[in-house]
Design a protein around this ligand. Structure first.
Ligand code: AMP
Length: 112
């Protein structure tokens, strides 16, 4: 499958790994938008949040457990943001479900 993040999981494309277990892989974003910018992705190829179903949604709960753990380890005690872009109008550029864990600065709401 021609998927950038599947290749990162497989080690075919280098990444700066932050965390890995049997279900998920986490690594630093190559173009950080905050002092802490980590991507957390399922190892299973799910194209986006629009394809989350009763059969595959357990990994999403696990991703949020990992996000809380990584945020704590990064010292983000004042808060952090977890976001997934879904589809072209939301700016999703990689068609493999991923959650951005962002922290280390203040964020505005609503996002641009
Ligand atoms: P999105 O625009 O929500 O689909 O997010 C995709 C993210 O992947 C962007 O923040 C990119 O900077 C990031 N990205 C793209 N290629 C790589 C890469 N090889 N290693 C790490 N992050 C990447």
């Amino acid at each position: 499958m021609d998927c950038l993040f599947c290749k990162i999981i497989a080690g075919e494309i280098p990444s700066k790994k932050v965390y890995e277990d049997e279900q998920v892989y986490a690594f630093y974003d190559i173009d950080p938008q905050a002092p802490v910018h980590i991507l957390i992705i399922p190892k299973a190829h799910i194209p986006s949040a629009a394809q989350i179903t009763a059969e595959n949604s357990a990994v999403v709960a696990h991703i949020f457990e990992v996000a809380a753990k990584l945020a704590a380890e990064a010292g983000l005690k004042d808060g952090f943001r977890v976001v997934t872009n879904c589809g072209d109008s939301a700016g999703q550029s990689v068609k493999h479900l991923h959650f951005h864990l962002l922290g280390g600065r203040d964020f505005t709401w609503p996002p641009g």
